[in-house]
Write a protein that binds this ligand. Structure first.
Ligand code: ATP
Ligand code: MG
Length: 560
């Protein structure tokens, strides 16, 4: 693909750089990578990075690698790695080669290049304790001090490094450091550690290694080995870029990748560090990494978000160099926008109130045709049953309605969507005075929801036929945290919203939804978007509310 086929929208600064590099001939093919550490599930922040890395590669006909940053020997990465692969694919991206790559694939090469640095006098084995090293490093305002081991000769360094690798020393006895500048104003250049001793098996390389490269050492040459052209990362790596460049400069690497930093995504009403998300899971504040209240990709998927809605969100957020906080309302806006177009409508009643239509013949029933999406005739129609008893939403009836309440009330006529006009004739109560059902009449001349005389009730209600209704559980979600910045006070757990989940155990749905597979999405008319939870069984459907219909984003826009 040539650069002229790039999308017409305004280019962000990264796409500008990429286009310029293609135009100038610096690169023929764009290569990016997404480098997650398999120590947790991906979250919506990662989705921004994924959309950027895979998006740029796709737009310019290049490729994007999925590379697991597995420089830490980790025990339980299998589940995380599997989940990351699933999430990237679900978002609609395929990684180059169809297989993930691993930093650990390069351990041999990285080690060989470590010896290369030692041989050139650009790295040395330091034997200070961790505590001493910290003291020697200096501070942001004071330069560091050279370690007494900094002047070791090449042969001694090489011998020590090889013995480190051979397992002759315990953890912490020595480290390999780059020899750069202990007085640099950039602490990342004060002889950063390249290798440390860790007598631990690695899930992929087994017992082969007892020294492991630091992320800062492993990342630049890994990019170079993969011929990554643009190594896109978040702003906190900006101060590491001089080290990135130093390594690319001083190692005999096969290509010269360029690191470019962009602002990470921050979202209000949530936390996004994997460590904090892990606490939510392990301490039981949510049901798992894929709990629909979690900002994880797996949680959003289970909640009913579509891949397109998340990609659109990432695109709207854009790519910039300055950090800001995005309103979670924008994410909700994006899923509503997509589901409004794609989710078929059904009727469901969350808090049912029985209505007995006394002039409808007992034992009779009929099917009424209703559009699957009134705004999109191409989505077709379906037939919903109707008979003598229907359920309406409890909130849609008031015995003594205030002025602006136009829905059902005694003596008042309303339209049942796609069905008939009904008039409430009386209210039946139990001994305690609670309403248990309504009595009503219907006008047979209004079949389909229109009156021949042109009269129009002020309200149209959703309803479900009682005889054929499907009982199901509906889980209504609210924000997991009740403050915009849960981390502000120090203890984010103190800001958990105790009402983030409300379970409605006895909702009634029209029979259209029978047998719907997990993750099937609907709009429940007048209520919101819902999707089938994987907990559903043939015996019992369970729905998650993805989003209400209320457009809180419009309010956000109006307020700003
Ligand atoms: P956490 O801080 O939650 O542990 P991380 O940055 O350590 O996240 P990685 O697995 O290392 O997680 O991230 C993989 C990639 O995703 C990195 O390139 C990182 O810059 C990017 N990334 C992580 N969080 C965000 C975010 N909030 N916005 C944009 N990109 C992000
Ligand atoms: Mg990281």
């Amino acid at each position: 693909m040539t650069t002229t086929e790039a999308p017409a929208r305004a280019l962000d600064f990264i796409r500008e750089i990429v286009e310029e590099d293609l135009r100038s001939g610096k690169h023929q093919t764009v290569v990016t990578r997404f480098p997650p550490e398999p120590n947790g599930y991906l979250h919506i922040g990662h989705a921004k990075s994924i959309a950027l890395n895979f998006g740029v590669a796709a737009e310019y006909g290049g490729r994007c690698n999925l590379r697991f940053d597995d420089t830490n020997p980790e025990k339980e990465e299998a589940e995380y790695a599997r989940a990351i692969i699933e999430d990237v694919r679900w978002l609609g991206y395929e990684f180059a080669g169809g297989e993930p790559l691993h930093a650990s694939d390069y351990f041999d090469q990285l080690y060989e290049w470590a010896e290369h640095l030692v041989t050139r006098g650009l790295a040395y084995v330091d034997s200070l304790s961790a505590e001493e090293m910290r003291a020697y490093r200096g501070t942001l305002t004071e330069p560091g001090k050279d370690s007494p081991y900094r002047t070791r000769g090449v042969d001694e360094n090489l011998d020590l490094l090889r013995r480190m690798r051979a397992g002759e020393f315990p953890d912490g006895a020595h480290v390999l450091r780059a020899k750069i500048d202990m007085a640099s104003p950039n602490v990342n250049l004060r002889d950063p550690v390249l290798y440390r001793i860790r007598h631990e098996d690695h899930h992929r390389t087994g017992g082969k290694w007892c020294i492991y490269p630091m992320y800062d050492y492993a990342h630049p040459p890994s990019d170079a080995i993969e011929h990554v052209t643009h190594s896109l990362c978040t702003l906190e790596f900006e101060a590491h870029r001089p080290l990135y460049d130093w390594l690319i400069e001083n190692l005999p690497v096969p290509s010269r990748p360029r690191q470019i930093e962009f602002a990470r995504l921050n979202l209000n009403y949530t936390v996004m560090s994997k460590r904090k998300l892990l606490r939510l899971v392990t301490e039981g504040h949510v049901r798992g990494w894929d709990d629909p209240r979690m900002p994880t990709i797996a949680g959003l998927r289970r909640r009913g978000y579509t891949p397109a809605s998340i990609r659109n969100f990432a695109e709207r957020v854009g790519v910039a160099k300055r950090e800001n906080v995005i309103d979670v309302g924008l994410l909700e806006f994006c899923v509503r926008e997509d589901l409004n177009k794609t989710a078929p409508r059904v009727m469901g009643v969350l808090r049912p109130l029985r209505v007995v239509i006394e002039n409808y013949p007992e034992g009779q029933s009929e099917e009424l045709e209703t559009p699957n999406n009134p705004e999109d005739p191409s989505m077709g129609t379906r037939r919903v049953p109707f008979s003598r008893v229907v359920y309406i939403e409890r909130d849609d009836f008031m015995e003594e309605p205030p002025k602006k309440f136009f829905r059902l009330a005694p003596g008042r006529e309303v339209r049942l969507r796609s069905a008939y006009f009904v008039t409430c004739t009386s209210v039946v109560k139990d001994d305690a005075g609670n309403i248990i059902e309504l009595r009503a009449t219907y006008d047979p001349a209004t079949r389909g929801g229109d009156a021949p005389d042109g009269r129009r009730p002020k309200a149209t209600l959703h309803w479900v036929d009682a005889a054929s209704a499907i009982d199901c559980e509906v889980r209504l979600y609210d924000r997991l945290f009740n403050v915009e910045d849960p981390e502000a006070g120090g203890d984010f757990l103190a800001n958990l919203n105790p009402r983030s989940l409300e379970v409605v155990a006895d909702a009634k749905l029209e029979p259209t939804v029978r047998g719907a597979a997990p993750l099937t999405r609907y709009q429940f008319e007048r209520l919101g978007y819902f999707c089938v939870d994987p907990d559903a069984s043939d015996a019992r459907l369970v729905f998650n509310r993805t989003a209400t219909l209320k457009d809180s984003w419009a309010k956000v826009v109006a307020a700003t």
